[in-house]
Design a protein around this ligand. Structure first.
Ligand code: PHE
Length: 330
C-alpha cells in the first residue's frame, strides 16, 4: 500500500500515473484482485475485510486525483511557456514601408513655414463656385476659368481645382494679420506625363494693414524658401497672370539637373518653373469685405517639388502604388 502511494506521488507523467491507476484500480489491478478474494473470506471477517479494502481504495483514488491535478497544471504551464511570444525579438525578415515622397515633401514644406510662424489652414475638397472662382476674381464665363479643367458635380458643387479657396475661407473667418499656409489635395481633368487628375498644392497667404505687405517681402520669403528646398539655385521672377493677384509672377529656379546649361528636364532653357505668386488683388479683398489691406499669396505643386528633389521622371509613377518605387525612399 505505502509503496503504491509512493509510486503515485513520484509519478513523472500523466501517462505513468494512468498506468499506476490501471495497476491498482484497473480490471486486473491489485486492489480489484483483493476485492475478488471477498468470496473466500469467512463471513465474520467479511465486514472488516471490506472496510479495510474500501479505505485503501479511497486513499489510492484520492492520491491519484491529487497527483493528476498537479501533473495537469505542470503540463499546462509547460505548454504556455513553449507557446509564449517574445514580442521583443527582432525579425530581420520584416519588410517595412517608407514615407511616400509626396507626403515627405509636403511635411518638409509645412515644417519650413511653421517655423516662420505661418498657421496651417484647411478647407473642403468639395467646394462651391463662390470660394473656388467667384471670390477669387474669376467671374462666370471669364476665359481664365479655362486655365483649370474643373470636375463639376450635378448639384453645382465642384472638386476644388486649387488650394486658393482656403484663402477666401480664412479671410472670411479671421482678421488680419494673417500668415497661413493651406496644404491639400486638388483636382483637375487632366492626365498625361506631367498631370494627374488628383495632386497636391500648398497655398500661402499673408495679409496685413495697407502698405505693410510688399512684393519685396514676397520675393524675400520665396528666395529663402526655394534655396532651402533646392540648395544653391538661382531664383527668377517672371511676370505672369492670375485673376486673384496683381501683379502676378511665375517663379523659376535654375535647373537642378544641368545647373542652367540646358537639358531635357528644363527643355534646354536652364530654368524650371516651380510656383505662382503675386500681390493679392483688390477684388479679392472686396469679395471678403476687407478694406485697406495689403497681402501676398503663392501656390505650389507638391508633386513637382518631389519630382525635382528626387529626380522622378514621370508624375504618374507617384500614384501607381508600386512598392518598388517606395522602396527607394527608405
Ligand atoms: N492657385 C494658383 C494655381 O493653382 C496658384 C497661385 C496661388 C498663384 C496663389 C498665385 C497666388 O495655379
Amino acid at each position: 500500500m505505502t509503496q503504491w502511494i509512493e509510486k503515485i506521488t513520484n509519478a513523472a507523467s500523466l501517462e505513468e500515473l494512468e498506468n499506476l491507476r490501471i495497476d491498482t484500480l484497473g480490471k486486473k489491478g491489485v486492489l480489484t484482485l483483493e476485492f475478488a478474494k471477498m468470496k473466500s473470506v469467512p463471513n465474520e471477517e467479511k465486514k472488516a475485510f471490506a472496510e479495510n479494502l474500501n479505505t485503501q481504495k479511497t486513499i489510492i483514488t484520492d492520491a491519484i486525483e491529487a497527483k493528476k491535478e498537479i501533473l495537469e497544471k505542470e503540463a499546462l504551464n509547460k505548454k504556455l511557456e513553449a507557446e509564449k511570444i517574445d514580442v521583443t525579438r527582432f525579425n530581420n525578415e520584416m519588410s517595412c514601408g517608407a514615407t511616400h515622397p509626396v507626403v515627405e515633401t509636403m511635411d518638409r514644406i509645412i515644417r519650413y513655414f511653421q517655423n516662420l510662424n505661418f498657421a496651417v489652414e484647411e478647407g473642403p475638397l468639395v467646394e462651391d463656385d463662390f470660394h473656388n472662382f467667384e471670390a477669387l476674381n474669376l467671374p462666370k464665363y471669364h476665359p481664365a476659368r479655362d486655365m483649370q479643367d474643373t470636375f463639376y458635380n450635378k448639384d453645382y458643387t465642384l472638386l476644388r481645382t486649387h488650394t486658393s479657396p482656403v484663402q477666401i475661407r480664412t479671410m472670411l473667418t479671421q482678421n488680419t494679420p494673417i500668415r497661413m499656409i493651406a496644404p491639400g489635395t486638388v483636382f483637375r481633368r487632366d492626365f498625361d506625363i506631367t498631370h494627374t487628375p488628383m495632386f497636391h498644392q500648398i497655398e500661402a497667404l499673408v495679409v496685413d494693414e495697407a502698405d505693410k505687405v510688399s512684393f519685396a517681402n514676397l520675393k524675400h520669403v520665396l528666395v529663402e524658401f526655394l534655396q532651402h528646398m533646392f540648395g544653391d539655385v538661382e531664383v527668377r521672377f517672371r511676370p505672369s497672370f492670375f485673376p486673384f493677384t496683381e501683379p502676378s509672377a511665375e517663379v523659376d529656379i535654375s535647373c537642378v539637373f544641368c545647373k542652367g546649361d540646358g537639358c531635357r528636364v528644363c527643355s534646354q532653357t536652364g530654368w524650371l518653373e516651380v510656383l505662382g505668386c503675386g500681390i493679392v488683388d483688390e477684388n479679392v479683398f472686396k469679395a471678403v469685405g476687407y478694406e485697406n489691406k495689403s497681402g501676398y499669396a503663392f501656390g505650389l505643386g507638391v508633386e513637382r517639388f518631389a519630382m525635382l528633389i528626387h529626380n522622378i521622371g514621370d508624375l504618374r509613377s507617384l500614384f501607381e502604388s508600386d512598392t518598388r518605387l517606395l522602396g527607394q525612399f527608405k
